[in-house]
Design a protein around this ligand. Structure first.
Ligand SMILES: Nc1ncnc2c1ncn2[C@@H]1O[C@H](COP(=O)(O)OP(=O)(O)OP(=O)(O)O)[C@@H](O)[C@H]1O
Length: 283
C-alpha cells in the first residue's frame, strides 16, 4: 500500500522548507468588526507563512473570514491586532505589488479588454512611453489568448474571457503577490478547467506568490503547493495546512490516477464536513 506522504500541521504551526523564503507573513492576526449590534470577532490569532513564489489555496466554510484574511494582504482591510507583512514590510494600504482578481471580474464595462488592461499599466508605469505600455498590454492579452478580443467590451465576451481579462490586467503590472478570491466560482466546469491550466502555466512562467480562495477541493489539489484549511468562525483560525506533493508541471489526469489524490481529497473533505462541519441553520 502506498504510504501517505503529506504532512499535517497543527493549528498555528508554520511550515518553512529550508530552500524557500517566507514572504507573506500573518502573525497573531485577529479581526473584530464593530457594529451597532456589538462586536464580532471573525478571525482570532491567525498565524500563517507563505513562502516566496508559493501557490496556496485557502478553504473554509462560507463566512469564516477567508476574504477578510486575504484583504489584509491586498491592503483593503487591516488587522485589529497582529500584523501582516509582505517581503518584511507591513501592509499599510493597497499597492500594485499586490493585485486581486475577484469572482465578478470587476472590469469597467465602458472600456474594451485592451483599455481595461491599459488603465492599470498606465497608472503603474507613468515613465514608460505609450508604445511600451501598449506592448505590455498586447503581450498580456496574448498570454491569456485574447488577442482577437482586445477591442471587445466586457458585455461582448463570455464570462471565461472576462476572467482572462482580469487575470491579464492583474499580471500586466507584475505584482509580487496575486490574490485570487474565488476567481473561477462563476464559470462552467470546462471553462474553469481551461483557466486553471492557463493560470498554472502563467504562474510557472512568472512565479509570483499566489494566494487563492476556493470552495473547490479538486481545484486546490490541482493548483496549489499547500492547502490552508480554516476552522469555522467566529474566531476562525488556520486549522491545518496540507502539503500537496504532486510534482510540477501537473497533469490533471495523471494526478487523479494517483491514490494519494483521494487520500488528500478525503482528508480535506473530512476536515470540512466532519471535524469542522458547518451548521447552516445557525446563520
Ligand atoms: N466590513 C464588514 N463589516 C462587518 N462585518 C463584516 C465585514 N466584512 C465581512 N464581515 C463579516 O465577517 C464574516 C467573514 O466574512 P468574509 O467575507 O471574510 O468570509 P468568507 O469566508 O470570505 O465568506 P464567503 O466564503 O462566503 O465569501 C462574515 O460574517 C461577514 O458578514
Amino acid at each position: 500500500m502506498q504510504q501517505v506522504v503529506y504532512k499535517k500541521f497543527k493549528a498555528n504551526q508554520v511550515n518553512q522548507p529550508s530552500d524557500k523564503k517566507p514572504f507573506v507573513v500573518f502573525e497573531n492576526v485577529s479581526k473584530t468588526y464593530k457594529s451597532a449590534r456589538g462586536s464580532h470577532t471573525v478571525l482570532q490569532d491567525v498565524n500563517l507563512t507563505v513562502n516566496r513564489g508559493e501557490f496556496i489555496c485557502v478553504i473554509g466554510h462560507s463566512g469564516c473570514g477567508k476574504s477578510t484574511l486575504l484583504n489584509m494582504v491586498s491592503g483593503f482591510n487591516t488587522p485589529s491586532t497582529g500584523s501582516v507583512t509582505v517581503g518584511g514590510e507591513p501592509v499599510l494600504k493597497p499597492g500594485p505589488d499586490r493585485m486581486v482578481v475577484f469572482q465578478n471580474y470587476a472590469l469597467l464595462p465602458w472600456l474594451s479588454a485592451f483599455e481595461n488592461v491599459y488603465l492599470g499599466v498606465n497608472e503603474v508605469y507613468p515613465q514608460k512611453s505609450k508604445l511600451e505600455k501598449e506592448a505590455i498590454v498586447r503581450d498580456h492579452l496574448a498570454m491569456v489568448g485574447l488577442t482577437e478580443a482586445a477591442d471587445k467590451k466586457p458585455n461582448q465576451i463570455s464570462g471565461g474571457m472576462r476572467q482572462r481579462v482580469s487575470i491579464a490586467r492583474a499580471l500586466a503590472i507584475r505584482p509580487k503577490v496575486l490574490i485570487l478570491d474565488e476567481p473561477f466560482g462563476a464559470l462552467d466546469a470546462i471553462t474553469k478547467e481551461e483557466l486553471q491550466e492557463e493560470l498554472l502555466q502563467i504562474w510557472n512562467d512568472h512565479r509570483c506568490t499566489v494566494l487563492m480562495i476556493t470552495h473547490d477541493i479538486d481545484e486546490a489539489l490541482f493548483l496549489a503547493d499547500k492547502l490552508v484549511m480554516m476552522t469555522n468562525g467566529p474566531e476562525a483560525k488556520v486549522g491545518e495546512i496540507m502539503e500537496i506533493p504532486f510534482s510540477r508541471p501537473r497533469d490533471r489526469e495523471r494526478i487523479m490516477e494517483d491514490p494519494l489524490y483521494y487520500d488528500l481529497r478525503n482528508y480535506a473533505l473530512d476536515f470540512l464536513y466532519n471535524r469542522f462541519a458547518h451548521d447552516d441553520t445557525k446563520d
